[in-house]
Design a protein around this ligand. Structure first.
Ligand SMILES: [Zn+2]
Length: 242
């Protein structure tokens, strides 16, 4: 794993500073660099520091992957599905387990209309990254079982809450045989205005991108419509992850 290589390099450099007798300031510089890279790795899933996540797709036919986190939402998810159907677009929904039971019809519809479903933990807890591996696995398995009950499908895809990764999450993902999915285009749709989200899409979206949206964001419909229009103009093909 890249993290252990980084840790090894950090220790080697610390030892090198000790034996070469250069200024002790280099201990601090090395420590800051190490902590900086680790923080970047924890918060940026596409760096693959702790686990290998898929953060882009092959774009052999101008494909893009639109992904929707934190649903299903009783009000918004059906409207998101309507829009996707209107444009003949496919997408992937990373669902929170605790929301599945109240949205069984939406979950069935996601699958029936050719979209993919991913696991986004049962609770989507802020403290998920510091849970024990066992507790993480139970949360993921509980969600998988609900998806199986409702759709009959074995869910393979997994996206950690907030895209935060560390060694514990990497261990849970590995033990459960999940395929971790990140993104390489974050729209910041949960706190930026629709104008800004749409501007980001038009400036940055390229074939091969995995885009992060939320089907709980009240502005998702206008943002998605503009995105789908943009894809149509640029002849990009929104597909579901498999
Ligand atoms: Zn989330």
């Amino acid at each position: 794993m890249k993290f252990y290589l980084l840790l090894f390099l950090f220790l080697i450099l610390m030892i090198a500073v000790y034996f070469t007798g250069i200024s002790p300031i280099w201990y601090v510089v090395n420590l800051f660099l190490f902590v900086g890279v680790v923080v970047a790795g924890v918060t940026t899933i596409k760096f693959n520091l702790f686990l290998t996540a898929q953060s882009s797709i092959k774009n052999t036919n101008n494909e893009v992957a639109l992904t929707f986190d934190d649903g299903p939402d009783t009000e918004l998810t059906p409207q998101v599905l309507d829009l996707l159907r209107e444009y003949n677009a496919k997408a992937t929904f990373f669902c929170i387990g605790s929301k599945l039971k109240d949205n069984e019809a939406n979950v069935k519809r996601i699958v029936a209309e050719g979209h993919a479903i991913g696991n986004h933990t049962y609770e989507h807890s802020n403290t998920f990254p510091i849970w024990s591996v066992k507790k993480m696995m139970l949360s993921i398995q509980k969600t998988d079982m609900l998806i199986k009950d409702i759709t009959g499908l074995d869910c393979v895809l997994f996206r950690p809450p907030f895209g935060v990764t560390n060694n514990l999450i990497a261990s849970a993902v590995k033990q459960l045989g999940k395929v971790a999915i990140g993104w390489n285009l974050r729209t910041m749709d949960t706190y930026k205005s629709s104008d800004k989200v749409i501007a980001t899409i038009k400036k940055k979206l390229l074939p091969g991108d995995i885009v992060l949206f939320h089907d709980t964001n009240p502005n998702i419909l206008v943002e998605l419509k503009e995105t789908l229009e943009y894809c149509k103009i640029k002849k990009m093909n929104p597909i579901a992850l498999v």
